[in-house]
Design a protein around this ligand. Structure first.
Ligand code: GDP
Ligand code: MN
Length: 377
């Protein structure tokens, strides 16, 4: 789950990281009010769950409350990378001397979290990582020992941080680690962490990703989920316990098992097609879950054909077939559908589908080729 900038910064602040004064607003009038309270000058920041807001024009500095209202009107009517802006953060405007990058994520290869920092912070950290990776300092964190003081000193030295800021930097880095580990985050990032004119460190931007698998022990964080920002299909999929990721292709995929789903997508690509989604209905899915999955696939207007690849183990093929029939009845799909059923009760399943005008296939290769052909007609 992605958190908004204002949500991430509030969490950081709870752990003692200095953030600018400010509040979130849903209307231009409210933005004016907040700017007024902040003393006039303020920065208006679009709250959307995508990066690069600054470059897209979603961050503007207002010189007074009138200006804040006007800029907020403008930003609240924007779409950034397809997402409408529904809220803006109105923050005290900062005077920036230096922009630092500081973040923690999981390094899967090293099997532990890694703290990364760079003196070349700001909007283009991805470019820094690509072109001058030596400018990014990395320190792995032992998950049991946590981040150690000597490590934060190594980082401070590595990014040439002025000595007089080392103590504050140490506190911020430790707080970020605490925020990361206690909230089961997979990313906690401050970009930029600035040195302002008063020579103080302040977190100007914040970003957190929370591990969805840990949500059950963070009821407070679950409330922060912004359904408006999610594709409706993803909200729907979560409700039914389906793993669904929308992609850009034309062949909808319904598969039981993550590995089998990956394989199906690979084989579709092998035969020249593009999958429209990753979808794992999981083991033992009953008819209702299958019907929900099918509705999700078919609401994507890019879908020109659907491939069902079901390996009946715990999941029974006849149950899946029943689900498909229920969904067909409700959704009345107009796109061709290719089905490959093997395993438990495959014969019964196939019989159920025989009258439903579906294209059947024996092997995955056969099914993928038929789906690719059906999608390009
Ligand atoms: P992002 O583009 O989504 O990462 O948004 P950020 O919050 O990181 O802002 C992008 C850039 O806008 C920062 O790197 C700063 O250069 C600039 N910026 C953000 N807030 C302020 C501010 O209060 N004052 C000034 N002068 N610049 C700001
Ligand atoms: Mn940023």
């Amino acid at each position: 789950m992605k958190l908004h900038e204002y949500q991430s910064k509030l969490i950081f602040s709870k752990y003692g990281i200095p953030i600018p004064k400010g509040r979130v607003a849903a209307t231009a009038e409210a933005a004016r009010q907040i700017a007024q309270e902040l003393g006039g000058r303020a920065v208006i920041k679009a709250q959307v769950l995508v990066g690069g807001r600054g470059k897209a024009g979603g961050i503007k500095v207002a010189k007074d409350p009138n200006d804040a209202e006007q800029l907020a009107t403008q930003i609240l009517s924007m779409e950034i990378k397809g997402l409408p802006v529904r809220k803006v953060l109105v923050d005290e405007a900062a005077s920036i001397e230096t922009e630092i990058y500081l973040g923690i994520t999981n390094d899967r290869a090293a099997r532990r979290p890694v703290m990364m920092a760079s003196a070349a912070g700001g909007v283009d950290i991805e470019e820094v990582a690509r072109e001058t990776p030596e400018k990014i300092i990395k320190v792995h964190i032992d998950p049991l020992l946590g981040l150690r003081d000597y490590q934060t000193r190594d980082i401070a030295a590595g990014i040439d941080l002025p000595r007089e800021l080392w103590r504050d930097f140490n506190a911020i880095a430790l707080a970020l680690w605490k925020a990361y580990s206690e909230n089961d985050a997979t990313l906690a990032e401050i970009n930029p962490l600035i040195i302002n004119k008063e020579k103080k460190l302040v977190a100007l931007d914040g970003k957190m990703l929370i591990d969805d698998n840990a949500m059950f022990r963070h009821a407070d964080l679950a409330e922060l989920r912004d359904i408006d920002e999610e594709a409706p299909a993803e909200t729907e999929a979560r409700k039914y316990g389906l793993s669904y990721i929308k992609l850009d292709g034309t062949i909808g995929c319904m598969v039981n098992g993550a590995g089998l789903a990956m394989t199906s997508m690979d084989v579709i690509k092998l035969f020249g097609g593009e999958p429209a989604n990753f979808l794992d209905i999981g083991g033992g899915a009953g008819a209702d879950k299958v019907a929900a999955a099918m509705k999700i696939i078919l609401t994507d207007p890019n879908v020109k054909a659907v491939l069902f690849n079901i390996f009946g183990g715990i999941t029974r093929c006849d149950e899946v077939a029943k689900g498909i029939l229920v969904a067909m009845d409700e959704v009345k799909p107009k796109v061709p559908m290719v089905v490959r059923l093997v395993g438990t009760n495959a014969e019964e399943g196939r019989k159920l589908l025989e009258n439903a005008h579906m294209i059947t296939a024996e092997t995955l290769a056969d099914a993928a080729q038929k789906a690719v052909k059906a999608a390009t007609k």
